[in-house]
Ligand binder design. Structure first.
Ligand code: CTP
Ligand code: MG
Length: 230
């Protein structure tokens, strides 16, 4: 069956942890001479399994995003949505624009520039099969649960720990149901909402290159990754 896939790209954050000057917004910060958001959009645009793209940005960035879409020829972007005050709200605003002609919703952070064909195709294929999937990598550090006052409460067995990334992909009805929960605004991971429904979430093999640009160090690291030396 030929299921239709839409990509939802939340890019309406303020990038506080990047410590940018007020007027410069994270999606438009330059990486390798190109705006950060253009990398994720380019990967989605060129993927043969993606049929449409919905992007959430801050209201003040709509003009900039439109210009970028035109400049790079991102023809699959069908909707630009105004984001909310949290990632949850931004994704929810996008989901409201996704019509019933789409069967699968793939959600990917605009702040993860190293999205590629394999990550997209794996996530879509697992969502078709299992209903919900999250891209993740095995944890490489030992993980501690910490109490108040910085004392260790216990150590978690690393073999059972994975770090969630995006893309995450879902059957449309399932992610809509998951996003209908009340009090989800603090949530930063879409698949955790599906877990709350008691539904299974499959892990899709992620990549250690698929970093999220959060701090200035990430931006430096991304420049190194772009050079292809790692
Ligand atoms: N995001 C969003 N709407 C928000 C907050 C975040 O669409 N209100 C998006 C970001 O643009 C980003 C992704 O969600 O693509 C992950 O968020 P994060 O890395 O936390 O980005 P920011 O919220 O922009 O950064 P910070 O938390 O440092 O302010
Ligand atoms: Mg944030």
């Amino acid at each position: 069956m030929n299921l239709k896939v839409v990509a939802v790209v939340p890019a309406a954050g303020s990038g506080k942890r990047l410590g940018l000057k007020k007027r410069l917004k994270k999606p438009f910060v330059l990486l390798g001479g190109r705006p950060l958001i253009s990398y994720a959009l380019a990967a989605l645009e060129s993927s043969k399994v993606i049929d449409g793209i919905v992007v959430a940005v801050e209201k003040s960035n709509i003009g900039r995003l439109k210009a970028l879409i035109k400049r790079y020829g991102f023809a699959k972007v069908t909707d630009i949505v105004i984001g909310g005050s949290t990632r949850f709200e931004s994704v929810r605003n996008c989901l409201k624009r996704v019509g019933p002609s789409f069967d699968i919703v793939l959600i990917h952070d605009g702040a993860r520039p190293f999205l590629d064909k394999t990550l997209i195709e794996e996530a879509v294929s697992l969502a078709k099969k299992h209903g919900a999937c999250v891209t993740a990598v095995p944890e490489s550090d030992t993980v501690k649960v910490v109490e108040r006052d910085s004392f260790v409460k216990r150590t978690i067995d690393r073999r059972f720990i994975c770090r969630a990334q995006t893309p995450q992909a879902f059957r449309r009805e399932l992610i809509n149901k998951a996003y209908a929960v009340k009090g989800g605004s603090g949530i930063t991971d879409d698949s955790s909402l599906v877990e709350k429904l008691g539904m299974p979430v499959k892990i899709s093999k992620g990549s250690y290159r698929n970093i999220k640009i959060t701090t200035k160090v990430d931006l430096k690291f991304a420049e190194v990754l772009l050079c292809g030396s790692v």
